[in-house]
Design a protein around this ligand. Structure first.
Ligand code: AMP
Ligand code: MG
Length: 412
């Protein structure tokens, strides 16, 4: 049985990310959570021109460097420059321009005196204190110089990046296409949320949870529905999935039960099985395989059927694999946080143990609070409202309250 670390190395090494230009599409600025596929360079400077950071008066610093409350400097106001206007005059010694935030600096002026440091006297202005040289001027190209790289490839486009693209007048952007993730649930006992529940049946919750996670990651879930424990039906569904998706997630049918066919089918479809089990709890019966494909291997994750096991293995392995596949250059690897356990946490000893709960920031310190109720991998009820998994290493049986524990964040 592979360790979690070896399993992650095996999986992540086999992920071949989407490529430019064949895996790209053009989207507009209403798209969020997409991955930039080409670097962006702007021909605009930021700021585009010297402009005022304040409502006040544009002056020549040399005129006002001696100004004080007792001996104000009096300047003649020769122009008023609202935002969006081009100044007409050059400020000469002894002159000032009334200027507003964002308005273009007039020639001749190099400093803005904020309104609060002045007293207006008809068409003159008294400067009541010496400003800093070049104070309150946002100089052209001081934030970014035209021709340099503005945004690198392989970053996720969220609100700040979208604002930058809008400001740089890049309304159409090349991003990687969304990875297609097929989701199939296996089991004769499974029904949909709207079918009447008969004795022995259980609702296929994994389909919905996995689709939600895939969507949250900016990938596209392809629902393959419920597949009965019938070898031919399952083979057809898997064969269809590997030709229509980049990544296939099945849940159930990967333990050693009599009706667990997944492994036989992968082999008969020429898939290569890399992982059959991982030393973790929950999540031991994880299968990972690849299918050769013209562009890059299709990744197959046979997740355990138990709802918690399916989600824990998704968070631990599938989520980073999808993030890497989607073209994200940095930040796709799982990130752990050190937290203080608020109560004792028990590990399984031989397997790396994942316990679900909440990560809270209390007075600047992360605390992990274990979810109440049963930590059985079949209990999905107490998974609701959790946002983190505490990781108890192999060989460690107990982390006592007040001690440090490694935590994987799984939500907000
Ligand atoms: P299996 O891995 O097929 O042996 O399933 C393990 C457990 O998970 C069984 O109790 C199944 O009923 C349950 N299970 C399997 N698939 C799902 C699913 N899609 N949604 C919810 N529970 C499931
Ligand atoms: Mg089953």
């Amino acid at each position: 049985m592979l360790s979690v670390r070896d399993a992650q190395t095996t999986i992540f090494n086999l992920v071949q990310p989407l490529q430019h230009p064949q895996d790209t599409e053009v989207v507009d600025l209403s798209s969020v959570n997409r991955i930039l596929a080409t670097p962006i360079t702007s021909q605009l400077d930021f700021p585009h021109w010297d402009n005022s950071a304040m409502d006040g008066y544009a002056v020549r610093y040399a005129d006002v460097e001696q100004a004080s409350q007792e001996q104000p400097t009096i300047l003649e106001i020769v122009e008023e420059i609202p935002a969006g206007c081009q100044p007409k005059l050059t400020i000469q010694s002894g002159q000032a321009a009334r200027i507003f935030t964002g308005a273009v600096m007039p020639k001749g002026a190099d400093t803005v005196v904020m309104q609060e440091e002045t007293r207006r006297e008809n068409n003159h202005i008294a400067i009541l204190s010496a400003p800093k040289p070049q104070g309150f001027v946002r100089y052209q190209a001081s934030y970014y110089q035209a021709g340099n790289q503005l945004l690198p490839t392989g970053i996720r486009l969220n609100a700040p990046e979208i604002a930058v693209l809008a400001a740089a007048q890049c309304p159409q952007i090349s991003v990687y296409r969304k990875p297609k993730v097929a989701i199939l649930s296996t089991g004769d006992e499974l029904i949909t949320p709207t079918q009447p529940l008969q004795p022995g049946q259980i609702v296929d919750s994994n389909q919905y949870a996995l689709a939600a996670l895939v969507r949250q990651m900016g990938a596209e879930p392809l629902s393959m529905g419920i597949i009965p424990d019938d070898k031919e039906a399952l083979q057809r569904a898997i064969a269809h999935s590997i030709t229509h998706a980049d990544i296939v997630l099945s849940s159930g049918g990967v333990s050693v039960g009599e009706y667990d066919y997944v492994e036989q089918i992968i082999t008969s479809l020429n898939g290569k099985i890399h992982i059959r089990a991982v030393a973790m709890k929950p999540g031991k019966p994880l299968t990972f395989a690849t299918f050769d494909h013209s562009q890059r291997p299709v990744l197959y994750f046979g997740l355990p059927g138990n709802p918690v096991s399916a989600l824990v293995t998704f968070w631990r392995f599938v989520q980073p694999a999808i993030a890497k596949f989607s073209g994200l250059v940095d930040g796709w690897e799982p990130q752990f946080i050190n937290a203080i356990a608020t109560q004792e946490l028990r590990g399984a000893g031989k397997r790396e143990t994942y316990l679900w709960g909440r990560l809270n920031l209390v007075d600047g310190v992360y605390e992990f609070q274990l979810a109440g109720g049963s930590h059985s991998s079949g209990n999905l009820i107490n998974l609701a409202q959790t946002n983190a998994l505490a990781v108890i290493p192999v060989g460690e049986k107990l982390i006592t309250a007040g001690n440090s524990v490694k935590v994987l964040k799984i939500g907000n």
